[in-house]
Design a binder for this molecule. Sequence first.
Ligand code: IPE
Ligand code: IPE
Ligand code: MG
Length: 253
Amino acid sequence: MIYKNKIDSKRLPVHVAIIMDGNGRWAKKLGNQRIFGHRNGVKAVRETVEAAAEVGIRFLTLYAFSTENWQRPHAEVDALMSLLMSSLHDELPTLMQNNIRLMTIGNISALSEAVNRQLEIVKNRTAGNTRLDLILALNYGGRWDIVQAAQSIQNDVASGKLQQPVTEKIFSSYTATCNAPDPELLIRTGGEFRISNFLLWQLAYTELHFTATLWPDFRKEDFYNAIVDFQQRKRRFGKTDEQTEKYEPSQNQ
Ligand code: IPE
Ligand code: IPE
Ligand code: MG
């Protein structure tokens, strides 16, 4: 309530990305299994998506499963995949009601057929929705993204489809986030101060908001707080203080 009123709706970030971390520690604190934390993290996802839609964010990218997360115990990976499937199924009506389109980034071909089927259903059903793009990063890694972009460029050059020299703009168009602008704001919960192989190319000039709040405790007000924090930052993009004073943050994109 308090933070929501402080948000300047004319200076909203267009794209917010979140590293949802701390589920395991949250469960441990309560003497429970890690999966209990993941299950309770779903409520935080729901709240965050709702908050983003309400405030007028256009793109929300959530880091749900990294290329490194395969190294966790099999039982935890399986439980995460089951939870993903049931959540996709349960949240579809809410996505439709709120005009939210589901997208993914990451190598989803490595996920099971059942997960892919469920993703296809929700993506197809929500394809015409226009209020908010909810982008789930699944089997995503920043280095994977850069390498897959380089490989696609290599293929297009070999086939003659790409004939110009590669620029930053062309490179961006080959990354997994080609449909969204680079995030202006990255939130990481769970108290760690690292990127963990998230959007390495896209985070070049993103404002970073770290909070010790464990993901299952994250609520709308925490999201609004991050937006207010973002709006207090001075984005210089390499220029001087004096030069940047003349610009609104959005003009520097
Ligand atoms: C984030 O919470 C969820 C995923 C990475 C899937 P963690 O499971 O990493 O929780 P902690 O960091 O161990 O507390
Ligand atoms: C990052 O969290 C990945 C996701 C939130 C999906 P991790 O818990 O896997 O990150 P590290 O291992 O602490 O760097
Ligand atoms: Mg973690």
